[in-house]
Design a protein around this ligand. Structure first.
Ligand code: XUL
Length: 526
């Protein structure tokens, strides 16, 4: 049998698969299935369903189910050696929840390979659609949960995050308020991650502390359900939730459905899934405390790892369990890539022109600053959108380009102070990490090297590596995390950008001015 491990990633827009060969230290297969184009009959726009209320964003869980069949079928058709796969794990978009009725348990156990997964599972839902992470319709529930938990230590301190609109607990509370009968008819509530793992395992799968922390329901230190948070959320909730089990737990052998239909081995193991961000932490090689990565896609996310649990006193950042042990932190800057693109388009530049504009201005931008809150922002929490400039004219092309990037990097540094030690190196990934001028600002602001990764599909890769680690531990041949990730998550040291002493000192002087500007502006909008 080969040494192959499969990682799946059920994300907002697509289902991806990454197959790694641990012997060869190589990704041997990688594919993605886009929901909107491959499964148009679910009527989604980029994988999501929007209604009249713009704050309500759901997705059809059956679409995720069908995607699994289609992707496995494609793997067989292109000749992936399915029988050689030793273990499968996965990553799910975080926070989304799936509501199942009492028939789900038997339907999962008895999946019939003569019928598709959709045919097998069409009747198991007690709620037709699943609220996902983009849904922000629960401010009322967030307030109620915050108030109810105040006498018990506070939601932030108990669960690692302030009550957050997209988190599962507030979403469950809203479901119970709006549809008490639907809630009563629900016997199991799963996350996207645990739901898809349940299909592969043929039983209701546990939730791991990486994804469980995104619910406002888990005691972040004990990594188990938090009774007072459950009580503050909805009656009878504990009975509807699965157990929380450590990341990398082997749930059991893959269900025979997948053996018969797609030729997986009977001994292939189904490993508990996690959220996409915890999986990315592994897929980026952040398997030791103190490592930091900045992912610069549509939004920018700042990931850190730590041994001991610390929470963000401002309540803006999140703490999740890391699948590699200990904790991970996540700060999400919603305006990230969007703000940079907005500035490029405003001055009708291409990315080379944008970089040249930055290079033509000095580090620190002569004190000119911008808060690039074109849209509402998560970190810091900004509910009234609108960018703001200090000593900077709107028409100053180069000054504005530099101010966006500097403002973003300074915000990331200021808002990471609660995470503890300053990083000794920052790993960078995503589109903007290809721009050397951005990496230079990053290196100078953090006063440490900035090093890009060439990794795409970090969540699916992380899931494959989690499957590999779990398989070895289960077979009583444990392998250390650094050995597991070696060769898969090496960064590109040739493209490493070093900080420049003068520029770093300039930012050290500028940071208090930036922090004050931000604080004044937040107070003005409050
Ligand atoms: C994290 C979050 C998103 C989703 C995207 O808190 O909401 O990153 O996990 O899939």
């Amino acid at each position: 049998m080969g040494n192959l491990y499969l990682g799946l990633d059920s994300s907002t827009q697509s289902l991806s698969a990454v197959l790694v060969d641990l012997e060869l230290r190589r990704v041997v297969y990688s594919a993605s299935l886009n929901y909107a184009s491959a499964l148009p009959h679910y009527g989604t726009q980029d994988g999501v369903l929007r209604g009249e209320d713009p704050t309500v964003i759901h997705a059809p869980p059956l679409m995720w189910v069908e995607a699994l069949d289609v992707l496995f079928q494609q793997m067989v058709e292109v000749g992936v050696p399915m029988a050689e796969i030793r273990a499968v794990s996965g990553s799910g978009q975080q926070h989304g929840s799936v509501y199942l009725n009492p028939s789900a348990k038997d339907a999962l156990a008895q999946l019939d390979p003569a019928h598709s997964l959709v045919e097998n599972l069409a009747g198991v839902f007690s709620r037709r659609t699943a609220p996902i992470w983009m849904d922000s319709s629960t401010p009322r529930e967030c307030r109620e949960i915050t108030d109810a938990l105040a006498p018990h230590g506070g939601v932030l301190n108990l669960t690692g995050s302030a009550a957050t609109e997209r988190f599962t607990g507030p979403q469950i509370r809203k479901f119970r308020r709006e549809d008490p009968d639907g809630y009563a008819a629900t016997s199991h509530i799963a996350l996207v991650s645990s739901f898809l793992c349940s299909l592969l395992s043929g039983r209701i799968a546990p939730i791991d502390p990486g994804d469980g922390a995104g619910m406002n329901l888990m005691d972040i230190r004990r990594k188990d359900w938090c009774p007072s948070a459950l009580d503050a959320t909805a009656p009878g909730l504990r009975e509807k939730l699965p157990t929380i089990a450590p990341s990398g737990t082997v749930v059991g052998p893959i269900h025979p459905y997948f053996v018969r239909r797609y030729g997986l081995s009977e001994s292939a193991q189904s490993v508990i899934w996690s959220g996409d961000n915890p999986c990315s932490v592994v897929g980026l090689g952040l398997v030791r405390p103190g490592l930091v990565a900045i992912s610069m896609g549509t939004s920018y996310t700042y990931f850190g790892t730590m041994d001991d649990c610390r929470v963000d006193p401002r309540g803006e950042g999140h703490v999740f369990g890391s699948p590699a042990g200990g904790y991970m932190t996540l700060n999400c800057f919603k305006n990230g890539g969007l703000a940079r693109a907005r500035m490029r388009d405003r001055f009708q530049l291409d990315w080379a022109g944008f970089a040249a504009a930055i290079e033509s201005t000095p580090p620190g931008n002569r004190g000119r600053l911008m808060l690039p809150w074109f849209d509402t922002e998560i970190v810091p929490r900004v509910l009234v959108p609108g960018e703001r400039r200090l000593d900077l004219s709107e028409d100053d092309m180069a000054g504005n380009c530099r101010a966006v990037v500097e403002g973003q990097m300074m915000a990331m540094r200021v808002h990471a102070d609660w995470m503890g030690d300053r990083p000794s190196i920052v790993f960078a990934t995503g589109g903007a990490s290809e721009d050397r001028s951005v990496l230079q600002v990053m290196a100078d602001v953090f006063n440490c090297p900035a090093q890009p990764f060439a990794i795409s599909k970090s969540a699916a890769l992380g899931a494959a590596l989690i499957a590999a680690e779990a398989w070895h531990r289960h077979a009583r041949r444990p392998v250390s995390w650094s050995e597991i990730v070696a060769g898969f998550t090496d960064s590109d040291s040739a493209r490493r950008v070093l900080p420049r002493a003068g520029a770093a000192a300039e930012y050290e002087r500028l940071l208090p001015r930036y922090a004050q500007f931000e604080a004044d502006e937040l107070a003005r909008r409050a």
